[in-house]
Design a binder for this molecule. Structure first.
Ligand SMILES: C[S@@+](CC[C@H](N)C(=O)[O-])C[C@H]1O[C@@H](n2cnc3c(N)ncnc32)[C@H](O)[C@@H]1O
Length: 189
């Protein structure tokens, strides 16, 4: 089932809210990272720059076939052969990826969902031992130009607590001006 309040504004507007390449680098993506999974790729705003940075493959999932088509088309346009975009309801079906098969998981603008533990447990399952979890979300500030309603918008500390509860550790927090925060965590054990 599509998570609550996950509709997107027009692509042009959405992509004015971030500097994706800068954010990805701040959150630890580099050319030593092999495979990456992205839960809810939307317009591929972060998928395409991530694919250009890493050395392996990015598996990007979205429940909306339109989003999958847009992201696939962008990957083709950029001549990227390392982007695999899949229509998938990750709340109902997970990702289908092998255990410990990716080095980085991107949970970007998605953690306002009802059952965060489903997503975070799947992220932990597919991450390698040294894998990293990157989360970003809208600041907990009603003046941001978009973002989920305040009653369901998680604060950074909330994301950290949820992730710790399913086996992540060592959170590092980032201010992704002007409207977002980021948190990177490592896998426990
Ligand atoms: C707010 S957008 C964020 C897109 C992207 N992560 C970004 O930050 O640019 C959330 C995306 O998650 C997708 N989504 C919502 N529920 C989903 C589910 N259960 N399974 C897969 N994708 C889902 C939506 O279709 C939407 O494209």
């Amino acid at each position: 089932m599509k998570i609550r309040e996950s509709g997107m504004p027009e692509q042009e507007m959405w992509e004015k809210f971030f500097d994706p390449r800068k954010i990805l680098k701040m959150l630890g993506l580099n050319n030593q990272i092999n495979n990456v999974a992205e839960f809810g790729c939307g317009y591929g705003t972060f998928t395409i720059p991530a694919a250009e940075i890493i050395r392996g493959r990015i598996y990007a999932f979205d429940i909306e076939s339109d989003m999958v088509r847009i992201t696939s088309d962008k990957a083709k346009k950029h001549g990227l052969g390392n982007v695999q975009v899949v229509v998938k309801d990750f709340m109902a079906d997970g990702t289908g990826l092998e255990e410990k098969s990716v080095d980085y998981v991107m949970l970007f603008n998605i953690l306002h969902l009802e059952k965060s533990e489903i997503l975070l447990k799947e992220a932990r399952r597919i991450l390698s031992k040294a894998g990293q979890l990157g989360m970003i979300h809208w600041n907990y500030d009603p003046s941001t130009p978009r973002g989920p309603s305040m009653d369901i918008r998680p604060k950074p500390q909330q994301c950290i607590q949820w992730a710790m509860a399913v086996g992540f550790r060592d959170p590092v927090q980032f201010d992704l001006k002007p409207y977002h925060y980021g948190v990177v965590m490592a896998k426990k054990g």
